[in-house]
Design a protein. Structure first.
Length: 272
């Protein structure tokens, strides 16, 4: 099985200590919906990654609401998201899913940070049939952040991320062309700490479409290799909202150690 994107699932289990109200989130430049499927009774490849991401995020949600809300996805995007949830361990743990149409966004997000759900799930926009362009979330960015502050979770893929600029001043989201061999992802030190035994070979050579820079204190989980070496493709956090993590917060020595490992790796890569 090609597990190109499995490292992103590390985001939800990466941090050993969490605040009382701290939403786990994964921000990926991937379009896993378009590179997977369901066969032999299980999700495969990109869809398996999506399943693992939801399962890991769920463990850090503190809202007490066991619902995954799939935001606006239709067609192939909805098929992949539904399969990721329906074949996950969350079903047996009492979770359910809701598919929310784009037309319902204003009412849904009008509740502020108390959205009545546990996890928000955004697809990869124009990279998948039935995807939702990230501009649809621009006016709701603050409420998404408030939701995370209240203990909700978020899993987002390459939808353009225009909404992130509201939460992280100066962030840059760059398009990537990763076609061809040797364009996979490499696990960072933080990723290895989260998934002992996982190797770079496990990541495969599947594509991704966006990378991040100037993203403050969020943690880098996976970066590009080959012609896209040095691109930060998957980032995440679990100790607060997206906005509050622009400045590192006091936490456990375990978290500090992981953060320092990520910084050291980044510095080494830049010197290379």
């Amino acid at each position: 099985m090609n597990r190109l994107l499995l490292i992103a699932a590390a985001a939800a289990s990466l941090f050993a200590a969490t605040a009382a109200h701290a939403g786990p989130f994964i921000l990926a430049g991937t379009d896993a919906e378009d590179h997977g499927g369901f066969s032999s009774g299980a999700n495969q490849d990109g869809w398996f990654f999506m399943q693992r991401a939801l399962e890991n995020i769920a463990g850090g949600v503190t809202t007490g609401i066991k619902t995954v809300t799939i935001l606006g996805s239709t067609g192939n995007a909805a098929t992949a998201a539904n399969s990721a949830f329906d074949n996950s361990s969350l079903v047996g743990l009492g979770w359910s899913r809701v598919n929310l149409a784009v037309a319902g966004f204003n009412t849904f997000f009008g509740a502020g940070g108390n959205l009545g759900t546990g996890i928000l799930m955004m697809d990869s926009g124009a990279n998948i049939t039935g995807g939702v362009n990230g501009t649809n979330f621009d006016t709701h960015a603050t409420n998404i952040d408030l939701f995370l502050q209240a203990g909700g979770g978020l899993f987002s893929q390459a939808n353009g991320y225009s909404w992130l600029s509201t939460l992280i001043s100066g962030i840059t989201v760059s398009p990537q062309n990763t076609g061809g061999l040797g364009q996979g992802l490499a696990i960072t030190a933080a990723g290895f700490a989260a998934f002992p035994g996982l190797t770079n070979q496990d990541l495969g050579t599947g594509p991704y479409h966006q990378s991040f820079s100037n993203y403050g204190a969020l943690t880098l989980l996976a970066m590009g290799v080959g012609n896209n070496s040095g691109r930060d493709v998957i980032i995440g956090g679990r100790t607060g909202s997206i906005t509050t993590q622009q400045v590192p917060e006091p936490t456990s020595l375990a978290l500090v150690g992981l953060a320092l490992a990520g910084v050291a790796l980044s510095a080494k890569r830049k010197r290379a």
